[in-house]
Ligand binder design. Structure first.
Ligand code: NAG
Ligand code: NAG
Ligand code: NAG
Length: 348
């Protein structure tokens, strides 16, 4: 499935829907740079990863959990770059409105489920980004539950500056009440995976091959996990799970572990990916140099509503009425919460 957008202006990007879209990811693009002016801040940031190969043994570099969780993340308050019907809240407003809090050690990030908004209006939500950035690393995220449902587009992802130049890795993402997870990479530099996936060992099903976001085509190169416990209602019913992405000189690998299959070395905080077997999704640098296509990544967790993906896919989702009507009714957001047990970042 390929879906194309038309780029109608390059300096101040505006995207026009040229076809039906299920998997476009117009993420954190900024209007401040014209295409081609890719700036890699090598002068100002000396990435740890460039001095290591990003392989085990790993040591824990950051740990986000519990009462101290929020101090290390920025709350994004701008217009949703993906055109969703959301008002992203500051930390203080999110805390006051009970959209960001820690309960029993679980960090909860919620969508407003008590206010009515006009049809076509915006609902309060949150989008948070780590203050730190990394080049290479092992990123472990344990979610107790995640948002899902009609009109809802949750994502846990990592991204660098000047989208799409520093690339994007989508680790847990989907729309509406779909029952599968999609893992996707987006790049600014030219990057197309081989058609037959030769030599790539991964459990999930390959999707698009073009990682490059250009001329408004933003589907990315991805994998689909048809296991219903990988996303949404099924994920939550199984008690959530752990998503790991390893980004090193080999490329990028993602593992998804259900709650009952988390490797003991993860629990023991001595993660050794070489012991975990076939990854769920994998993108080797053999096909595309992910040490230059991806850089200075922060982690992001957000929940948007409708917008570029959930909105355009809404008609085929089996959900009732229109996406805008769903947003208006707070009763539709009973399941619109992230429950984060912890996120840890390891470096070698
Ligand atoms: C890499 O990062 C670790 C943890 O922040 C730090 O202790 C170490 O000095 C860094 N190594 C280099 C070579 O910069
Ligand atoms: C999505 O939700 C709609 C409305 O509740 C329902 O009819 C449809 O079967 C759901 N689809 C899936 C895949 O759960
Ligand atoms: C609404 O969201 C709050 C905050 O996350 C949650 O505690 C509550 O259970 C939700 N209520 C309903 C009815 O969805």
């Amino acid at each position: 499935m390929r879906f194309y957008y038309t780029l109608i202006a390059t300096f101040l990007p505006a995207f026009a829907l040229a076809g039906k879209s299920y998997d476009t990811h117009l993420r954190s693009r900024h209007a401040s740079r014209a295409a081609g002016l890719r700036i890699r801040a090598d002068d100002t940031y000396v990435p740890n990863a460039t001095v290591s190969n990003g392989n085990p043994p790993y040591h824990r570099h950051e740990h986000y959990e519990g009462e101290s969780f929020f101090k290390d993340w920025d709350f994004f308050t701008g217009e949703d770059p993906t055109h969703g019907n959301v008002n992203y809240q500051s930390l203080s407003n999110a805390q006051r409105k009970q959209l960001a809090y820690v309960k029993d050690g679980v960090t909860v990030l919620a969508v407003d489920n008590s206010s009515s908004v006009p049809v076509g209006g915006k609902r309060d939500s949150v989008r948070i980004t780590t203050k730190k950035t990394w080049n290479f690393g092992l990123f472990i995220a344990d979610f107790a539950y995640m948002p899902w449902g009609c009109g809802i587009w949750p994502a846990y992802w990592s991204v660098g500056p000047d989208w799409p130049n520093a690339g994007e890795i989508d680790i847990l993402e989907g729309v509406n009440n779909q029952t599968w997870n999609q893992y996707t990479i987006h790049t600014g530099i030219e990057c197309v995976l081989p058609d037959n996936n030769a030599g790539i060992d991964a459990l999930a099903s390959p999707m698009g091959k073009t990682c490059t976001s250009s001329n408004g085509a933003n589907s990315g190169c991805g994998y689909q996990n048809n296991n219903p416990n990988s996303y949404g209602a099924g994920f939550n019913a199984a008690g959530g799970g752990v998503l790991v992405h390893e980004w090193n000189s080999w490329g990028v690998k993602i593992w998804f572990f259900t709650r009952d299959s988390i490797p003991v070395d993860i629990t023991n905080e001595q993660p050794n990916p070489t012991s975990w077997g076939t990854p769920t999704a994998a993108w080797p640098s053999r096909d595309c140099d992910f040490s230059s296509a991806l850089y200075e990544h922060s982690l992001v967790i957000d929940t948007t509503l409708c917008g570029d993906w959930a909105g355009s896919a809404y008609g085929d989702s089996g959900c009732p009425g229109t996406c805008q009507e769903v947003v208006a009714n707070p009763a539709n957001f009973a399941n619109a919460q992230w429950g984060v047990n912890y996120i840890s970042v390891y470096q070698s």
